[in-house]
Design a protein around this ligand. Sequence first.
Ligand code: MG
Length: 367
Amino acid sequence: MPKQYAMLGGEPVLRRTLRAFVEHPRIDRVTVVIHPDDRGLYENAAADFKILPPVSGGATRRVSVLNGLSALEDDPPGRVLIHDAARPLVSPDIILRSLDALDRCAGAVAAVPVHDTLKQSDEAGSIRRTVPRTGLWRAQTPQAFHYDEILKAHRATNDDTLTDDAAVAERAGLTVALVEGAEENLKVTTEQDLARAEMLLRTAPSGTIRIGSGYDVHRFSANGDHVTLCGIAIPHEKGLAGHSDADVGLHALVDALLGAIAAGDIGTHFPPSDQRWAGADSRIFVEHARDLVAEAGGMIENVDVTLICERPRVGPHRQAMCTMISELLAIPANRVSVKATTTEGLGFSGRREGIAAQAIASVRIPA
Ligand code: MG
């Protein structure tokens, strides 16, 4: 069985690789290049991931990558990462570094410096010479490029001795930067690699979990015909008053995310005194908080929002709210919870003067 479908820590190698990208806040779309014979293995490994349909590979690695790139041509991305399916332990920060390097370079390759002394052998297996290792690196993936440039570079060559996409880019005259990879980002090609990856998984410190909480209230306004809760517009006899769209659910969520990384509160980042945020769609606040979590090296584990009101009824909209938040945060829907409660007619929410919301977010900071 191809190694990308071998089981690692209870699931296929490819599934772990996919998760690293699908769950990364800076990744919009993922497609996998597969051998048509492996369709069943692929379906199993990619089950439930929201990704593009797989693309059939070619006779060589180069052709397979070209097929994958070409499949994106109708709706071309600005940047693309090309990654070995058999490198399941790629970390979020390597993905981030590779993407960020494209701000200053045409391409970027994760790599680790060579520490061993290198020998070149003769036919008899004796040392012919010692190769200076200064400035030598082992190239890994992801390899990151501006989409249109790497597609053009691939189409300009049919040289199958080019063993990675950086070599294709170099051939096209593009400058490719090296960014810090990791020894853990190994390529699983042999049984020993699989055993080593398994060992790394079992012994890797899982990092620390940070928790943040958020709370927000908005009063009903005198008029209006809907309220916006967790990004969903719900018809109602009154609107909510506020500087932005008054989405209490998302405001509490933003504060929870910011709280988890100790990055202030929503007012710090989006002051009500700033006219830019008048009537703003609160989803942009959530996206900003999500990006701050990623910049802090964090991965959002789960979020839980509770809406507190007598009316409108939240139940019929819960699923849409969960889907909205899951898409905003780029995390699977089963890590998003939206709940609702009343206060049995007590207090301001009971008197239907306004809506309150509270939220909790947990963020994993990898070791
Ligand atoms: Mg608010």
